[in-house]
Design a protein around this ligand. Sequence first.
Ligand code: ATP
Length: 362
Amino acid sequence: MSKAADIEIAAVSKVYGTTTAVDAISLKIPAGSYCCLLGPSGCGKTSTLRMIAGHESISSGDVLLGNVNVTDLPPARRGTAMMFQSYALFPHLDLVDNVAFSLKMKGIDKPTRRREAMEMLKLMQLEPYATRRPAQLSGGQQQRVALARALITKPEALLLDEPLSALDPFLKIRMRAELKKLQASLGMTFVHVTHSQEEAMALADLIVVMNDGRIEQAAPPRAVFEKPATAFVARFMGDHNVISGRIVERRANGTVIEVNGGGKFFALGQPPATQETADIAIRTDHVRLRASDSDTLGLTGIITNVEYLGATVKLSVNGAGVEDFTVVIDDADYFAKPVKPGEAVPLSWVEADAIVLGRLGE
Ligand SMILES: Nc1ncnc2c1ncn2[C@@H]1O[C@H](COP(=O)(O)OP(=O)(O)OP(=O)(O)O)[C@@H](O)[C@H]1O
């Protein structure tokens, strides 16, 4: 395998007619890391991946691969390989010819390309199926053929567009583990597009959360989860309550906001002086079912829904001007003192668990 390369994206935009799909994003992906581009449909993640691959022209900005500016190079000369969502296998060719295809395009002689294809099939544990056609394989096996086909070009970076989306839920989790193992053993830079926060958390060293053509946050999974940069990230990653309100007091260590027609909430952090409203986040699993004492913050609300999830129970609460406040508690704690929809409950959390969120461009 060739050396892994870092990828630098410098002020890259993609404009289709009047649509700005990617809006001047900048990002460094370290060599040998597993990076997930994460975001809802239409946020620009596929366009970003295709610009790195060279399958889409770059409207403005630069893409560098291992310090080489590849902005104007065709896909085959960039040192990247792409694995497509649909795998794009040739139905009439057996696995060896499918995997060897790009070597044939390069004019490499038949014995050499067959030998290299067999080595790749061996790496993917597909050797016994070498003479089969794609239709004679399971979804997981087809995915491994597509991987073998991308890796045979010895890329410095592998680009994967929703590689697990065609698989059923069980296979998805198994192949996810295989992808991570493969990336670690090859030490290659992987850039993987997904709209699943769970998939990104499970795989990535670096999660890049995108929204509306911009990067909301680029950080390791734990940082994204523990310290979401913006309200969008907190909502998209899930497991956070986001409360928005008017700033009514600024203290040395934090800010008090007032929710429309409702309660006041303190959170750590200072929004910029120009900001009149702020968003705060509180993790759903850091809320307790008890009245706040002098060291804690909280609210009292009415339970609207109770969902048993196995190890945990999820409660939805309305109160203090906040709708759908979510509380996740251990099943044992819940069943020790169950509560029902319609009941009023006091909720509390410690000061350190309420944080002021940032806003893009501020
Ligand atoms: N060839 C195209 N022509 C015009 N608009 C396009 C084209 N490709 C993408 N777009 C638009 O650019 C925006 C970003 O699309 P992109 O495919 O990059 O998003 P995405 O985050 O990958 O979405 P998905 O998860 O649905 O694939 C969308 O508004 C989309 O409609």
